[in-house]
Design a protein around this ligand. Structure first.
Ligand SMILES: C[S@@+](CC[C@H](N)C(=O)[O-])C[C@H]1O[C@@H](n2cnc3c(N)ncnc32)[C@H](O)[C@@H]1O
Length: 306
């Protein structure tokens, strides 16, 4: 069960039996809406991890994971921390690409995502898993010489505080390597998913897709990194023309593989399968019969700790 957002009395966050964080607040302010949306958008739990891994992984995450792992391997790092690792799509490629002597610590806010990640490794492989909130990293200062994070920073509620945490656990000269989606127009699948959500819930549109595609101003990202003390910052646009073999599988991931599913459930009255079918139809209208291709665009950042 999910409590309605933006109603009720002020209470601290709590975790329900099914692992979802529920909050009740009195404020209706835009600031609260943003905070609440970000909190709900960060909850990748329940059946979401499997749908994420299978429905979204091959379509929007694998290519960027290859790219990030290659860049990480070139850093010649020994102590490597991955943040917001999710279902281990990058972790698996990182372990394969890093030198055998490198230590790899794989973290995420949501243990159910990490459980899927663990399944990608065999017993005895050199990888450590730990739940960790990027806003409050449970590691000592200067413990790592490389941090890697794929499509995670957009979910961190206070970007500058999260960058400051990353800098704290990096050694002097260590690097923070991460990527961030471009805007919805540059990743039109997200615009389609968002617009279908608005069609079904015009009075209370789901906000999930605004979070991962809402940190696309590259000057703002660099300013946030600089404010936290990062230096020698580089940014590079990475685009793919992604072949999609199965619109149904992708549409399933877009609804059931992220917290949009919870937003649909909490609003009620609409079967998520119906939303999925509408997204599938809209994807096919826009990009053509499968197999077809769609554009993806993101920016890869690298910053050095002083
Ligand atoms: C879009 S997924 C990316 C997962 C993975 N890096 C990948 O490439 O597939 C975003 C991830 O951010 C995690 N996340 C959200 N808020 C977080 C936080 N404050 N600290 C750490 N991880 C967080 C979620 O649990 C989710 O696994």
């Amino acid at each position: 069960m999910t409590l309605p957002q933006h109603v009720g009395i002020a209470l601290p966050p709590k975790v329900s039996n099914d692992g979802w964080h529920h909050q009740r607040r009195t404020l209706e302010s835009e600031q609260f809406k943003e905070t609440s949306m970000n909190e709900q958008s960060s909850q990748f739990v329940g059946n979401i991890p499997d749908n994420y891994d299978q429905g979204l992984g091959p379509h929007i995450f694998h290519d960027y994971a290859e790219d990030l792992a290659k860049r990480a391997a070139a850093a010649n790092a020994i102590d490597v921390l991955e943040l917001a690792a999710g279902t281990g799509i990058v972790s698996r490629r990182l372990r394969d690409a890093l030198p055998a002597a490198a230590r790899l610590v794989v973290t995420d806010l949501n243990p159910p995502m990490l459980a899927v990640a663990k399944g990608k490794f065999s017993e005895g492989e050199a990888v450590e898993f730990a739940p960790a909130d990027a806003m409050a990293l449970p590691f000592e200062d200067a413990a790592f010489d490389l941090i890697v994070c794929q499509f995670g920073v957009m979910f961190f509620p206070d970007k500058r505080a999260a960058f400051a945490q990353a800098k704290r656990v990096l050694r002097s000269g260590g690097s923070y390597l991460f990527n961030v989606w471009g805007d919805m127009a540059s990743n039109p699948f997200s615009e389609i998913a968002q617009n279908v959500g608005v069609d079904y819930f015009p009075d209370d549109p789901p906000g999930f897709y605004r979070v991962p595609f809402g940190y696309s101003d590259t000057d703002a990202v660099v300013a946030d990194m600089e404010a936290a003390g990062f230096q020698e910052i580089t940014r590079e646009t990475v685009a793919f023309d992604k072949q999609v073999a199965d619109w149904s599988l992708f549409a399933r991931g877009l609804v059931y593989g992220n917290p949009l599913f919870d937003e649909i459930q909490s609003r009620g009255g609409v079967d998520p399968d119906e939303v999925m079918r509408s997204i599938r139809a809209a994807l096919q209208d826009r990009f053509g019969q499968q197999p077809a291709s769609m554009p993806l665009l993101a920016t890869v950042y690298n910053g050095r700790a002083p």
